[in-house]
Design a protein around this ligand. Sequence first.
Ligand SMILES: [Fe+2]
Length: 318
Amino acid sequence: MSGAREAGVGQGAGQVSPREAEAGKRGSGAALRQNPRRFGAWRRGLFWCIERLAVGMGGRAFYRNRFLSRARLVQRREVIRVPALCPSLHGLRIAQLSDLHAGPFLGAGDLADVVNEVNRGRPDLVVITGDLIAHDWREALTVLDDLARIEAPHGVLGVFGNHDYRGRNEGRMAQAFAARGIRFLRNESVRIEGEEGDLVIVGLEDLEEARSLDLAGARKELRSTDLEIVLCHNPQGAALLKRDGCLAVLAGHTHGHQIDLPWFRTLGPPHPGLRIEYDSTALIVSRGLGVVGLPLRFGAPAEVVWIELRPEEVPVAR
Ligand SMILES: [Fe+2]
């Protein structure tokens, strides 16, 4: 059921209740919009100098060995308990990759161990929750061979993050990835059919940078019996995306602060935590795989998040 359809229930023509107005705003996506964070020219210049210096000092090789090797990569597991889960969806496993930031510190071959570990874990579905690039859409092409090696019966789906709109070439990026079997959901959904109920993966454009943000459009194929998981790069929208049947919002964007120390935290977007329950909808935030600015992480390792659906545990009668 779409947010827009919910808004019409029980209302006469021409009457708009505050609840209806709020639901309408939710449906259009307007309430989800976030202000982009913009840095001034001097700070951008400083970041550029630091990045160039780090590249010159071998930052990319350092980052790959220190954070993306099989021994260093973190694989976090999140279980979502679902009442009356259709048996064919029991144990369904989704591997979430996020914030790759291909560019100065991540390029061709650097995700080899990550992809090997994902394939070893035999996911049913793999999702990419945005920020494929650091600066330019062509950077995404450098990791395409690695990502195209991912094996999952329900394929690889993605959404864009705020970085991916730089130069407004996200359409070209989506095309290049689609040609290799990776589909970006741009205010749209994909249905995974179960025997007694379906799971629908809804993908939203980025809350800060997208030209069009259409939640009602993204949810329009949903039926009242469907289970739903939303891919949304920016975690700030989760409170507005929650609803019955929506099991989870999978997000990234924050890098878990990347360098989780007092002053450094102020440089990145706010990080709400790794998992927050909004009633029956879990917000799961990935710390991501790549970096921006510096090839460093502290207290926020690069990670793959594994999300598994399991039936709600029934208390044993004594
Ligand atoms: Fe990011």
